[in-house]
Design a protein around this ligand. Structure first.
Ligand code: FES
Length: 274
């Protein structure tokens, strides 16, 4: 994984636009030339929540996309808690206090032939930037994206502009396959004659990630996952974002830090069941 911690910066960032992308899911475009030019897929920013004095801690958001020439970047978030609802009180032109880019990023091995992205819900956020980073030729991109209903699927228009092959599932069958995205991922992996040069990139709810971890073992395919812990400081100071290690040494540390060691991990490095 590539660590971007040294490039972190505290800054005031202006909101350029606010767009509703799906049910309860919003995209903010923000100014920050240093972030737009150096962010990699997997990096995040930590945002001071405005309009809400009782929220002391910053909120982390994956970097969703960037426009380096304009000096802007995007975050995508689900408005499901007090912090994110407070964020929605902002208007274009307002400023946010942010730190970033933080954390490490996804890694692309030299022999990568196919990036297989597995995303559940708002876990789709980091992968539009990944589409920008991966070369348009030579590397196949397959996206397996699941959500509760059609209304919760977001940014399909953006992903359709890339040359990725897109597989969709919804819990209620209102779009794509009815059921879990890991069901159709399983069918896909079973159909492959070889997993050489293929890599899974994963973000989503824990049960989905646990299932992908099982499939990665079953089909002997490498997987990288980005975790969505609460991250108050964002750079290793508060110790508030522990991720249990899969095989901790008997006399050593048992946890990694999502913000400093991650948020991207090799899937076999961490224990998702703890
Ligand atoms: Fe403070 Fe990770 S968020 S140590």
């Amino acid at each position: 994984m590539v660590n971007n911690l040294n490039k972190k910066q505290l800054s005031e960032s202006r909101i350029i636009s606010i767009e509703k992308k799906a049910l309860d899911i919003y995209r903010y475009r923000l100014t920050a030339p240093n972030i737009s030019q150096s962010a990699r897929s997997g990096n995040f920013i930590n945002v001071e929540v405005p309009h809400c004095e009782e929220i002391m801690w910053r909120r982390p958001f994956s970097i969703h996309n960037s426009q380096p020439d304009a000096g802007t970047f995007d975050i995508l978030f689900a408005a499901i808690g007090r912090g994110t609802h407070a964020l929605l009180k902002n208007k274009p032109g307002d400023s946010l206090n942010i730190i970033g880019p933080l954390g490490n990023s996804f890694d692309y091995p030299d022999d990568l032939q196919e990036a297989i992205i597995v995303a559940g819900g708002i876990g789709i956020a980091p992968f539009l930037l990944m589409m920008q980073e991966l070369p348009t030729k030579d590397i196949k991109k397959s996206i397996f994206y699941g959500a509760g209903t059609r209304e919760q699927l977001c940014c399909l228009d953006d992903f359709e502009k890339t040359n990725a092959e897109i597989h969709i599932s919804t819990d209620d069958g209102s779009a794509g396959y009815k059921g879990f995205i890991t069901d159709i991922l399983n069918d896909y992996l079973a159909s492959l004659t070889s997993t050489t040069g293929k890599q899974l990139y994963v973000c989503g709810p824990t049960p989905m990630m646990v299932k992908v971890q099982q499939l990665a073992k079953q089909y002997n395919i490498s997987a990288q996952v980005t975790v969505e812990n609460v991250m108050a400081c964002g750079f290793g100071a508060c110790m508030g974002c522990p991720v249990p290690m899969a095989n901790p040494p008997h006399d050593g540390k048992k946890y990694l830090l999502a913000c400093k060691d991650g948020p991207v991990f090799n899937m076999n490095e961490i224990n998702l069941n703890d």
